[in-house]
Design a protein around this ligand. Sequence first.
Ligand SMILES: [Zn+2]
Ligand SMILES: [Zn+2]
Length: 538
Amino acid sequence: MKILWSKKDINGKPGQEVKFIRTSTISSLSLKNGDVLYVTPKAGKRFVTEDADENVGNGNMSTSGSSTSLASMTSIKSSNNNFSIPLSVEEDPVDVELSKIDGMIPQEKTSRCNHTSNQACIYCAPREPYDPEYLRENGIKFMSFHSYLRKLKREKTKFASIEDINLKIKPGCTTHPPWPESICSACQPNALTLNRQTYRHVDHIEFESPSIVDEFLAYWRTTGSQRAGHLYGRYEKFTQTPLGIKAVVVAIYEPPQECSRDHVRIIPDENEGRIDAVAKGLGLARVGWIFTDLVSDTSGQVKHFRNIDSHFLSSQECITAGFFQNKFANATKLSSNGKHGSKFVTVCVTGSKDKQVHMEGYQVSNQCMALVRENVLVPTKDAPEFGYVRESSSKQYVPDVFYKEKDKYGNEVTKMGRPLPVEYLLVDIPVATPKSPVQTFSTGFPVENRPMEGHLQDFAALASLKQKMPNLPEFFRDFHLLIYLGTQTIQPLSLEEELGPLLAALRDEKTELVYDWAESSHWRNIELLMQNFNDGYQ
Ligand SMILES: [Zn+2]
Ligand SMILES: [Zn+2]
């Protein structure tokens, strides 16, 4: 976050910039009694009003350094929208990139155009990225999040501010004793009416290669038990939707879990931090989760039971998705708490209409995230398509939650969320694999946490793969193998100092650095152990 300090010039416009350093004094800055100082936020174009944008100078002042500047910055509020600027929010690179793009959709010259080719008229003027007609014509069901921001900006103010939904009692009310004794109109959270979300934070989910999914499904194929996994990958621009984002999945990590034919329970993972650190070292992040709900039928195909007549995601799955989305919230400077919504996706592998194994992608809405965040939504026992909004208790005040539905006469009626059809909370996302698949980090090393004969991720598997794959840069190119190196206890490797340089070399595809790393004593020790292992000394 940068801000610009400037003095007024003779025309009354903000002029000469004032550069503060630690030792600045009034006289060293040549400030006189009566001088007016302007403070202008300079975070990025979306933050800067058009007037200020014209006057942005070169010598920005960073907030780190002077304590006075930091103190004044936290209290800066835009006069017209009561918007405070969040401190040090690090947005995803893809969001930064998209926020700088114009996003207008260029149009071809039409037969109705009556002008030369380099002009534009109402028939051929560029269209807004959220243009509903364009989206419909191109079969795009939801506008992208960045298109939605442009829409807000165009419709409301120069500042598109987005705040998370608050379902909590507002703190600091002193006129009465606290809940459950009392509540008043000033501190009571507003009732929430559920709307179907019109935009999505992720427009497309892409698995780098079908083999990533096949490897994941191998567990179900072998055991008949359902399975869940964490999706690791990155977010990229998705060009088929204006200002769109896709989640690219590079690897699936399978956390410790209890699974059977009809349920999966994920167990707390003592390695969670190490897995995330290995992924981060490779330039990857957790972008979602995946689970199977597959039942074979007698013909060797799979049953189709998730549909409009039953449910797409159950209320319990929506709550889990909401939990993850809150945990992996979307960082944005446009919200006062520095976050809004999430780019974390949910993928369900189940039977399609034609009884094939297929993937369905979802997110829950930001309204659902709020219901889950405040522990307001619970599953119902026997109907997966319904959730239930908790009643207020002495511990928790729960605001009313409504949804609107057409009755049998076609009239819109408002209903209480007890029960609550979860379809109101869902946003669906297409899932696909690219025409030319790639495998950045996969050679077939056994997957973690699979208690299966011949599938164990252990030292024997490492030693045997090394024998089959003597080429080191190739050998290391496997997410599961790197996870193993980062978590094994035979010759433990510290993540930053010892494993870190290898991860960076693989991330940057620097083959010579991989060989350099293999000269290190920690890897030499592991090689020696593998040699002994392969020679039969265990
Ligand atoms: Zn024209
Ligand atoms: Zn009150």
